[in-house]
Ligand binder design. Structure first.
Ligand SMILES: C[S@@+](CC[C@H](N)C(=O)[O-])C[C@H]1O[C@@H](n2cnc3c(N)ncnc32)[C@H](O)[C@@H]1O
Ligand SMILES: [Mg+2]
Length: 294
């Protein structure tokens, strides 16, 4: 492979965002394939990419009412150790979290516009989320929490890694608009046990790092208030994502440490929709974007 082909690889990294409503469940209508190699650590070669990767938005309805298992823990010790080892680099724009800094503007734009519609807020207002309670699950160093707070939301940021939380607190303290973010080292399932609820629950780029994504999703659903919104984003499990997120990002460009991602833990759009629907989440938006780095 020549260096000239790398930009194409990165352009191909599919990124998936789902915004959903908990209330008013409707009968499901999307044909879904069963979960395969779900959460396994098998690194077998990838199958062909799903045919739908360029679909911008799909409206889907789901329904039900499921709570997470009382004994469930989303913590995967290896994943927590991986993130603890690079915690100091959260705000280094050229460090291992460079891909997250690069995808932040498009994902914030998606969140802002869909939330303004969902919560009937003025999209031209500087702080449209004034008065709304958001939680950023797996917030890391606060890359997402901070802009959400600047848009007026009362933000709680939680992460499994204590070091991340310390760094997020220090960084947020530099700006009066973000210093009110309530950071703590805990898990979504722990807050469910404490009966916490939020208008919006966001877990971006986290589901591929937890133990049992289905149970994790149930916790996110349980944290979402009636008429609230849940946003989950992850990397599509496709040939392109294997090439871009693993081969190129970890081995060729060495942007992120080797082993950061397990391809088998990525979710196809159909799998993510199925998991969300089984968690009583009615899926309203399916949004695909590609990271175009080079
Ligand atoms: C890829 S980073 C994403 C950070 C942030 N959501 C973003 O997109 O900017 C994944 C984060 O999830 C955290 N994490 C992993 N497992 C977790 C769990 N079970 N509960 C909460 N956070 C977790 C990691 O410590 C890490 O900060
Ligand atoms: Mg990741």
């Amino acid at each position: 492979m020549t260096s000239r082909s790398l930009p194409h690889l990165f352009r191909a990294r599919s990124h998936l965002l789902l915004r959903s409503q908990i209330r008013n469940p409707k009968p499901s209508s999307l044909p879904l394939k069963p979960l395969q190699r779900f959460c396994s650590s098998d690194a077998s070669p990838p199958p062909p990419p799903p045919p739908t990767t360029q679909t911008p938005k799909v409206k889907i309805a789901g329904g039900g009412g499921v709570n997470p298992s009382p004994l469930y823990s989303s913590l995967d010790a290896d994943e927590v150790a991986k993130f603890a080892s690079i915690a100091e680099t959260w705000w280094d724009f050229e460090g291992p979290f460079k891909p997250l800094h690069l995808i932040n503007p498009p994902r914030l734009s998606f969140i802002r516009s869909t939330f303004c519609r969902h919560f009937r807020r003025d999209p031209y207002c500087a702080r449209p989320f004034e008065g709304l309670k958001f939680i950023d699950v797996g917030c890391g160093g606060g890359i997402l929490s901070e802009p959400l707070a600047r848009m007026g939301a009362m933000v709680t940021g939680i992460d499994a890694v204590e070091k991340n939380i310390k760094i997020a607190r220090v960084h947020a303290g530099f700006d009066p608009l973000t210093s009110s973010i309530d950071y703590s080292c805990t898990t979504a399932e722990q807050l469910v046990r404490e009966n916490k609820m939020f208008d919006a629950v966001l877990a971006l780029e986290v589901i591929e790092h937890v133990a049992d994504p289905s149970e994790f999703c149930k916790s996110l659903a349980a944290l979402t208030a009636p008429n609230g919104a849940t946003v989950i984003s992850t990397i599509n499990r496709s040939v392109r994502s294997y090439a871009a997120a693993i081969v190129a990002a970890e081995y060729l460009l060495k942007w992120i440490p080797r082993g950061t991602h397990e391809w088998s833990k990525f979710l196809s759009p159909e799998e993510l929709v199925m998991i969300m629907r089984r968690s009583s989440i009615s899926v309203s938006f399916l949004h695909f974007s590609c990271l175009n780095i080079c």
